[in-house]
Design a protein around this ligand. Structure first.
Ligand SMILES: Nc1ncnc2c1ncn2[C@@H]1O[C@H](COP(=O)(O)OP(=O)(O)O)[C@@H](O)[C@H]1O
Ligand SMILES: [Mg+2]
Length: 154
């Protein structure tokens, strides 16, 4: 695959350090898809970013368990987790609305059900368990914004 890069972390703290690096590079308007099995570290990564940015979570009107909103005065981050859901199940739940906020940061675990509605310019992060606490994270960028973000993570 063209433009694919892999990062390894050896413990949770290293994944959190990567999340802090990512947070420092986020300007708003970035989309990250997080893939990989349960326990791979996707949620840890998202929480690390929210914490590094000093964002507080607040309930979202629609589908609050599927989408959490974190924000402060400068930034809004949407954390989506669509584990085991289908496209029909998430249809009409309002996920398109977050795309109207062009400065929002969108982090989606199990993103398959919303892939169709999402812009191509997104950073795909595929987490793999590689034994013990080791994780391999493969990065792929779909456009200029995500490519710039990816460069800062490497
Ligand atoms: N290198 C690592 N990176 C991230 N998490 C790790 C790592 N090693 C061990 N862990 C543990 O794996 C689990 C990851 O959980 P979580 O982030 O909820 O996974 P996911 O959201 O991918 O299902 C946590 O219990 C974390 O402490
Ligand atoms: Mg998770």
């Amino acid at each position: 695959m063209m433009n694919e890069k892999t990062i390894s972390t050896a413990c949770e703290q290293e994944t959190l350090a990567l999340a802090r690096r990512c947070a420092a590079a986020l300007k708003g308007g970035e989309i990250i898809f997080l893939r990989g099995p349960i326990g791979a570290g996707k949620t840890i990564f998202v929480k690390g970013i929210a914490q590094a940015l000093g964002l507080k979570s607040s309930p979202t009107s629609a589908s609050f368990s599927l989408m959490k909103r974190y924000h402060n005065r400068q930034k809004t981050l949407y954390h989506i987790d669509l584990f085991r859901l289908s496209e029909t199940e998430v249809f009409n739940l309002g996920f398109e609305e977050m795309l109207e906020d062009e400065k929002a940061i969108i982090l989606a675990e199990w993103p398959d059900p919303i892939t169709q509605m999402m812009p191509q310019d997104r950073l795909e992060m595929d987490f793999t368990l590689t034994g013990g606490d080791n994780r391999q994270i493969t990065l792929r960028a779909g456009g200029a914004v995500s490519r710039a973000l990816m460069e800062k993570l490497l």
